[in-house]
Design a protein around this ligand. Structure first.
Ligand code: ADP
Ligand code: MG
Length: 267
């Protein structure tokens, strides 16, 4: 049973600048090969959890003041972010992190830095396999890419580090619905093919619950709900507060109705 578990966060409390904790007694589990969604509105504590796991929290003057984080049986909450990266825990931050004056391929190669850039050809091929759009543009400067392509680039760069556990902060942010779906579809494929465990923070609950196995819903720095995404999707409270009819659903039904009308005309 125990060796089924990739990551275990045990009752952590986190505070910034020695102030009152913003995370209070948070516990969660990610099983091997699972995608776990971390849902919550702005300020609920999603990024803080990701940064606590990756060790980046100390760069923001944050501190785990109570509790522990265990990865594959080893406590990691006192390790530096560099050592945590070396264990295969790689984080994709929210927002723009591309090097605008480097090409796509050069940006991808930056991802190999944590393992001294060895054998990057094989990894590049893998990234291009999942993101053919990046292959087609590999010689272009990253500064010329669209929002969706940039998201692919930063996820691709994380893949170059050969992650075993990927933390992705709000992948859907700022993207058009069709691109959001494409990104999630690829993330799911990577998860299935490579057996990489993932924790994804999101405000797009519909999308996250569609692709994740398990979900945690954060409210004011605490876990308010934890369950399989299937159960969460049927939970009336979650439906009312987090599963508002999505724009993607709206587009889908719009498209279906168009197809239906088209079919009707032909029949
Ligand atoms: N570096 C920081 N210093 C002080 N407070 C912070 C810092 N980063 C985040 N916070 C506070 O911690 C809480 C949780 O923030 P965050 O983890 O970024 O939430 P989310 O990612 O869900 O939007 C918020 O109240 C936010 O204002
Ligand atoms: Mg955040």
């Amino acid at each position: 049973m125990e060796n089924n578990i990739k990551l275990r966060v045990n009752n952590i409390s986190v505070a910034y600048s020695d102030s009152i904790p913003v995370l209070k007694d948070v516990s969660l589990i990610v099983k091997k090969g699972q995608i776990v969604a971390l849902i919550g509105s702005n300020g609920s504590g999603k990024t803080t959890i990701l940064n606590a796991i990756s060790g980046l929290i100390s760069h923001y003057d944050g501190k785990i003041i109570y509790g522990s984080i265990n990865y594959e049986g080893e406590d990691i909450h006192s390790l530096s972010s560099r050592l945590i990266t070396l264990k295969g825990i790689i984080q994709v931050l929210k927002g723009r992190q591309e090097f605008r004056n480097l090409t796509i391929e050069e940006n991808l190669k930056v991802g190999t830095a944590s393992r001294n850039g060895k054998n990057s050809r094989k990894d590049l091929d893998l990234v291009y396999h999942y993101f053919p759009a990046l292959f087609a543009r590999k010689k272009l400067l990253a500064g010329s890419l669209s929002g969706g392509e940039l998201k692919m680039l930063v996820i691709g760069r994380a893949l170059m580090a050969r992650p075993q556990f990927l933390l992705i902060d709000e992948p859907s942010l700022g993207l058009a619905p069709i691109m959001v779906r494409e990104i999630f579809r690829i993330i799911k494929k990577i998860n299935q093919d490579q057996c990489i465990s993932l924790m994804i923070s999101e405000q797009n609950t519909n999308m996250a619950f569609k692709y994740a196995h398990y979900g945690y819903v954060m409210e004011y720095g605490k876990i308010a709900y934890a369950d399989s995404t299937e159960e969460l999707r049927n939970n009336p409270d979650i439906k009312a507060s987090y599963l508002a009819p999505s724009s993607i659903g709206a587009i889908e039904s719009y498209r279906n109705s168009k197809l239906y009308n088209l079919r009707k005309r032909w029949l």
